[in-house]
Design a protein around this ligand. Structure first.
Ligand SMILES: Nc1ncnc2c1ncn2[C@@H]1O[C@H](COP(=O)(O)OP(=O)(O)O)[C@@H](O)[C@H]1O
Ligand SMILES: [Mg+2]
Length: 602
């Protein structure tokens, strides 16, 4: 109920005038509809006399029925337009609101809700909400009004006969209700399955290369079939439920007509009822049956719409990142931010008992460049995610230090304000399916990329040679629907994105893992040139990338096991850093012997 109220306030209320007019037209339709049986009555009674004058009167009544029918068509069309159009508008605005919300929601939300689930809520469920606003609300007014008016007219015409019909019809409606309750549960499960199926489709589509390479297509087909079969079962159960329950009402209605003809026929014979009155009454029974059947459909639409509205609001109401200003982001010092990490322990929400970082403490001076080394799974990316606030560290664990000794708890600052200071190149470089230029200028607040900035960004990301080989240079469309770049090109395009942006904190997550040593050297030079006025953290498992850093933090299974310069670290031969260094040196030497090395041990 609370939800319906908010939905009304946020999306529907602005259409109140249209709905009001629609209701007026509906009233007109219904008034004419319940008038028609009376016309029938007069026509039949006039015919009963069977003289020429009577036929004339009957024809006139028949004409009146035709005119009334035409009037109903016009007014009905108007009322439907007035109800259905707002449905479309509401659907549009609901989808926009969903999209805005999805962009604003934090990573933890997307970790929880799978993409297929989101897709199904944005399409299937918004459809049902539209049906609720249009068809559902129209029918609520229409059927209720039609039923009430018809029953009143019937009572006026013959109350005893009315009671005879109402009894069985109400019984049939109660049976209908229990089947509607069953449809409610079926619909809920059906909605969930739509989400699961959408997700399987997305996953299969994204992973089609892997599925083919591993000949795993039959397995994927089987998993898809299981969900699809379940959906078919539910859809069939729903259809079956609908197909036996709705005809029950018409069946009972027809039985009522038989009863009316039987009882009424007796009365006509006895002279207590005219033939016209009997004819009019059977038309009323028909109206009643139509009304009750529509009532069934209406309950179905309202129910589905209500459930879907809940599913849409699950997204609209999901908590956003904290935007309250509990602490301002301090002004950065001239060389960037200092960062103080103190007893940082962090576990992902999905696995709260398995800390990924345990009791990590270190301090970074403004302008310092710090390397982070560790094996896969050591927690390097997690540490950068916490600094970029993709996830939030526990309160007090990370403190920012700005100009003039200003300090702030990172987790209490507004997320967007903080991110405006950060350039973060994640481990997985993601490119949008648009031009390379737009991809590089992603941080551009204005409508068009700044050409000079783009040029210097791609130059410092060592992309110029690659651009020459692309068919349209910077205008080449890349990403899913465009030219597929190599892993190394993707990494450098993502790096160029960082060079386009202003930043005081630079976070680079393994961005040189797929480039050769000569390119690596150029990129490292660019990093030091670009980050002269910023604090920098570089994650890598290549010691050559970290050698120039002022210090290297060594992470091992979430613990900080060493923090020293490259030179000092390679002196302690048992440490993981020194071991990696020796291995990498040896590998490079072998490369050099093979004549493949583009750069001999730097
Ligand atoms: N979103 C997540 N939810 C739960 N666990 C995660 C998530 N991301 C990473 N992990 C886990 O955290 C650990 C550290 O991962 P990560 O920080 O990516 O390590 P690294 O970057 O050093 O390879 C791994 O065991 C990984 O399985
Ligand atoms: Mg990583």
């Amino acid at each position: 109920m609370q939800r319906l109220k908010r939905f009304w306030r946020d999306f529907v209320r602005r259409h109140a005038l249209q709905f009001g007019l629609g209701i007026v037209f509906l009233m007109a339709t219904n008034a004419v509809s319940v008038g028609i049986p009376q016309f029938v009555q007069h026509a039949v009674d006039a015919l009963h006399g069977a003289d020429a004058a009577g036929v004339d009167v009957a024809v006139r009544w028949a004409l009146a029925i035709v005119v009334a029918g035409l009037g109903i068509v016009v007014v009905r069309t108007l009322s439907r337009t007035l109800f259905f159009n707002p449905g479309r508008t509401v659907e549009l605005r609901l989808k926009n609101a969903l999209f805005d919300r999805l962009l604003a929601l934090p990573r933890s939300f997307h970790d929880r809700m799978r993409p297929g689930e989101i897709v199904s809520r944005g399409t299937n469920d918004t459809n049902w909400v539209r049906a609720l606003v249009g068809f559902g609300s129209l029918q609520v007014f229409n059927t209720v009004m039609a039923l009430v008016l018809t029953v009143i007219q019937m009572f006026i015409a013959d109350w005893l006969l009315t009671l005879w019909c109402l009894g069985p019809l109400i019984g049939a409606t109660l049976i209908l209700r229990s089947s509607v309750a069953r449809m409610f549960t079926l619909t809920m499960r059906f909605n969930t399955e739509v989400g699961t199926l959408s997700n399987k489709i997305l996953e299969t589509y994204n992973g089609i290369g892997v599925l083919n390479a591993f000949s795993a297509v039959p397995g994927a087909v089987r998993r898809f079939d299981t969900t699809n079969d379940e959906m078919e079962r539910l859809a069939t159960a729903l259809a079956l439920n609908r197909s036996w329950s709705l005809p029950i009402v018409s069946l009972v209605g027809n039985l009522c007509i038989v009863a009316v003809l039987y009882i009424g026929g007796g009365r006509v014979e006895a002279g207590t009822m005219t033939l016209g009155q009997l004819a009019a009454f059977t038309v009323y029974v028909n109206l009643l049956v139509t009304g009750l059947t529509t009532f069934g459909w209406m309950i179905n639409a309202v129910q589905r719409g209500y459930l879907s509205l809940g599913r849409v609001y699950d997204i609209l109401d999901a908590p956003l990142e904290r935007e309250t200003v509990e602490a301002e982001v301090p002004e950065p010092a001239s060389r960037g931010f200092g960062v103080d990490v103190s007893h940082l322990t962090f576990a992902y929400p999905g696995a709260p008992d398995k800390p990924v970082l345990s009791d990590v403490s270190f301090h970074i001076e403004p302008g310092e460049t710090v390397g982070i080394f560790g094996l896969t799974g050591a927690g390097k990316s997690t540490l950068l995610n916490l600094l970029a606030r993709v996830h939030d560290a526990p309160p007090g664990a990370i403190t920012l230090e700005g100009a003039d000794g200003a300090r702030a708890d990172l987790s209490r600052t507004p997320v967007r304000a903080w991110r405006s200071h950060v350039a973060y190149v994640p481990q997985e470089a993601f490119l949008f399916s648009t031009s390379l230029r737009e991809n590089v200028a992603l941080a551009e607040p204005g409508p068009t990329p700044d050409e000079a900035r783009v040029q210097s960004a791609v130059a410092d990301a060592a992309l110029l040679d690659d651009l020459k080989a692309l068919p349209e240079g910077l205008d080449t469309v890349v990403g899913e629907r465009g030219i597929t770049l190599s892993g190394g090109q993707r990494q450098r395009a993502a790096l160029a994105r960082a060079w386009y942006k202003d930043f005081e904190l630079l976070l680079l997550d393994d961005v040189m893992s797929a480039v050769d040593h000569a390119t690596e050297k150029r990129l490292i030079e660019a990093v030091y040139r670009r980050s002269a006025h910023a604090t920098t953290l570089i994650v890598s498992h290549r010691c050559s990338v970290l050698a120039k850093a002022q210090r290297v933090l060594v992470l091992d299974a979430g613990r900080l096991v060493a923090c020293d310069t490259h030179e000092a670290l390679i002196q302690s031969p048992d440490g993981p850093y020194a071991r990696a260094w020796r291995l990498q040196q040896a590998a490079q030497a072998i490369d050099a012997l093979d004549g493949n090395a583009t750069d001999i041990a730097s």
